[in-house]
Design a protein around this ligand. Structure first.
Ligand code: ADP
Ligand code: MG
Length: 698
């Protein structure tokens, strides 16, 4: 058996392999491309491709693919084999620099929100040398960006890379002002904590709702849910432990730093957290993690559910995006420093995040908006749909002192002055973490907690990076022209706190009183559902910001808005159609069959023993007959609501119709069907129950 260090990264064409397999000259040239974004010339690309192919073939690969992240939310790949015919009738394995750098998948079936129609029908993929190639199965996967021939991004990686570049550029300007001329690049890092459910595969296959939609659309509550709090951090069951061990090994081989695993709050719910890494690599790794989770689960007779709300009545799943900004020299810019000078720099970066989150609350909300996540946000199990920042009492007190020109502790004599005072050490207090905050400062990073478990982390980080880049730009513009840097810096920080402190909230985000205060007194946004927020993607202020940093073009934003709305509509419509199907073909026949057997029993009883009571059967027959009628009526009503969406004026109107009528008809139908489930004998019920699903894996 290989040890973990031997296994780690064994399927990755990483720096160790590059150093070993490439000539010094080629390696140096490739490194320059990776670290400094320098253009790669074709001779270097050819050498890299050749080495990559030899390495991949030696590790069992026969094919290669340009691996990319279209707007569907999952990854895409089209496999080509390395074979080329040789004159003697055989084949040789070949892979050129051109094939490495650029691919042309037939992309006409990927969602583009009309982009490709207006430009070119075909798209192309371009190698992202900052993310290592890896082997999956028998295929060498080359991480790529996906664009149209007009240059428009058709994927999530391209804008993510652009947003990282924008932030780096502006952060370097700020660092220069603090006398730092050596930093060449500033990168954001992310450690995404991934939640998921595991259910038994056989049971899963009996549930059309899980198979078609990833969540249960019917299901009465099991007698036990999460009320005992006995699952969180509980002992991991043998079958789950075996899955986790296998999963870790697969992830380690791919160079993914899987670190922490534990049971979550809901029964059958678990979490995996990797060690953080550069955002675009973290994004690739998170996509791979989700994919490998599903594959490994299948090998263990399990299914991994990544849906945000697979079960009603117990917690859904999210993803915590732990985010920080660091220089290429290894300094975390969100970490309070040792000296007054470093502290001032930290406070400026902190203020850039505070201002960014306040001014672009809508973009952060939009970045996590999906039909699935609408079930969580604001449902008192995940942060509310209102965006706010938790800073903790200590840091909040410091900002208050700066804002009001007062000492920051009672013992302090003089007022808080930047560049003079040393900040107190913030102890990273793990006991008093505010879990209800959507955006929490946790010592040296921010934790954005609104992401849904199946979301790509790309979207949230694109918005976060871009918004912070914008604020850093404004700060740099102001400070670069200042006569007295320290004075100007102090004034700028003070002003930023004053103008944006409304976004800071250290209390309980689940409290109704907070939502009232946030919206009525503080004027914060509360976009409760996806149709409420998505159209704001193309608000002028958002378009101006995102286009000025070249993260998106206007056409790209419009197309994305359309794709996201379409995705919302399609998701709910598939759910609605699945419900109609299950109600008619499974639930109604099951109840009818039970009722018919009850009636037979009652009749037999009467014949055999005319005096015997049969009021139990009669009562049950009556109750279930009423419910049968209701289920049938509600199914018809849902079907009508589905048909009515066809008359929507446009996609926004359709999304609203779906939210306001289809979803409510779905819950009406569910309510009566779930009640019928509680009255129907177990052996008649056509599919596994909540109890089976949530407690069935041992
Ligand atoms: P928890 O939130 O569960 O208490 P931690 O806060 O320690 O756990 O870590 C959660 C995630 O945050 C991990 O993926 C970890 O690697 C990541 N993380 C830690 N430090 C940073 C950082 N400076 N930047 C980005 N992510 C980080
Ligand atoms: Mg966390």
């Amino acid at each position: 058996m290989k040890t973990v260090p031997e296994q780690f990264g064994s399927l990755v064409f990483d720096d160790r392999v590059m150093k070993a397999k490439l000539s010094a000259k080629v390696y140096a040239s490739l490194k320059k491309t990776i670290d400094e974004g320098e253009r790669l010339d074709l001779t270097v690309a050819n050498a890299v491709a050749d080495a990559m192919k030899d390495w991949a073939v030696a590790n069992g690969a026969t094919h290669y693919t340009h691996w990319f992240q279209p707007l569907t939310g999952i990854t895409a790949e089209k496999h080509d084999s390395f074979i080329t015919p040789s004159p003697d009738g055989g084949v040789i394995m070949e892979f050129s620099g051109k094939e490495l750098i650029k691919g042309e998948p037939d992309a006409s079936s990927f969602p583009s929100g009309g982009l490709r129609a207006t430009f070119e029908a075909r798209g192309y993929t371009a190698w992202d040398p900052t993310s290592y190639a890896f082997i999956k199965g028998k295929t060498l996967c080359i991480p790529t960006a996906f664009c149209s021939y007009g240059g428009e991004a058709l994927d999530k990686k391209t804008p993510l890379l652009r947003s990282m570049e924008a932030l780096s550029k502006q952060a370097i300007r700020i660092l220069k002002l603090f006398g730092n001329d050596t930093v060449k690049c500033v990168r954001t890092s992310v450690g995404p904590e991934q939640e998921y459910f595991l259910v038994d595969k056989e049971m899963y296959n009996k549930r059309k709702d899980l198979v078609y939609t990833g969540r249960t659309l019917f299901g009465a509550k099991a007698p036990k849910g999460q009320e005992m709090d006995d699952h969180y951090f509980g002992v991991i069951k043998p079958r789950v432990a075996a899955f986790m061990q296998d999963l870790n090994e697969e992830l380690w081989k791919l160079g993914i730093l899987a670190k922490t695993e534990h049971n979550e709050v809901a029964p059958a719910q678990h979490e995996l957290a990797p060690i953080y890494t550069t955002t675009n690599i973290a994004t690739d790794h998170n996509q791979l993690t989700m994919e490998i989770m599903q594959k490994v689960a299948s090998k263990h007779g399990l299914v991994c559910l990544l849906h945000e709300k697979p079960f009603a009545g117990v917690n859904g799943s999210g993803k915590h995006n732990n985010w920080s900004i660091a220089t290429d020299t290894g300094v975390n810019l969100l970490s309070p420093g040792e000296t007054p000078h470093e502290n001032a720099q930290f406070l400026l970066f902190l203020c850039s995040v505070i201002k960014a989150v306040d001014e672009y609350q809508d973009l952060l909300r939009i970045s996590v908006a999906t039909a699935g996540n609408d079930h969580r946000l604001g449902a008192n199990e995940a942060p509310p749909a209102v965006v706010s920042i938790f800073l903790g009492d200590e840091l909040t007190a410091i900002l208050e002192a700066i804002e009001t020109d007062s000492p920051y502790t009672a013992a302090e004599k003089s007022q808080m002055k930047l560049g003079v005072h040393v900040l107190p050490k913030f102890t990273k207090d793990t006991t008093d973490r505010n879990r209800t905050s959507p955006f929490a400062f946790t010592g040296n990073k921010f934790e954005f907690r609104m992401l849904g478990s199946s979301n790509s982390i790309a979207c949230a980080n694109i918005m976060l990076n871009s918004a912070v880049a914008e604020e850093l730009k404004q700060f740099a513009d102001e400070l670069e022209g200042a006569k007295d840097f320290n004075e100007a810096l102090h004034a700028l920080i003070k002003k930023t706190i004053k103008e944006h402190k409304r976004i800071i909230f250290n209390g309980n985000g689940y409290d109704d009183a907070w939502i009232k205060e946030a919206t009525e007194e503080r004027g914060l946004l509360n976009y409760r559902t996806t149709p409420d927020c998505l159209p704001h993607l193309t608000d002028k202020k958002n378009v101006d910001m995102l286009t000025s940093h070249k993260v998106f073009s206007v056409a790209e934003l419009e197309s994305r808005c359309e794709v996201l709305l379409e995705n919302y509509c399609k998701t709910v419509m598939i759910e609605a159609n699945t419900m109609v199907d299950i109600a008619r073909k499974e639930i109604l026949p099951a109840i009818v069959s039970y009722v018919s057997d009850l009636a037979k029993t009652a009749k037999t009883k009467l014949a055999v023993a005319p005096d015997a009571a049969s009021s139990y059967e009669k009562k049950l027959i009556t109750k279930l007959s009423v419910l049968t009628e209701q289920i049938s009526d509600k199914t018809d009503e849902l079907e009508k609501a589905i048909v009515d969406t066809k008359f929507a004026m446009d996609i926004v109107d359709e999304a609203y119709k779906i939210r306001d009528t289809v979803l409510s008809k779905m819950s009406d139908l569910r309510a009566v069907a779930d009640e019928a489930e509680t009255l129907t004998a177990e052996k008649y019920w056509p599919f596994p129950t909540y109890g089976d699903l949530l407690f069935g894996v041992r």
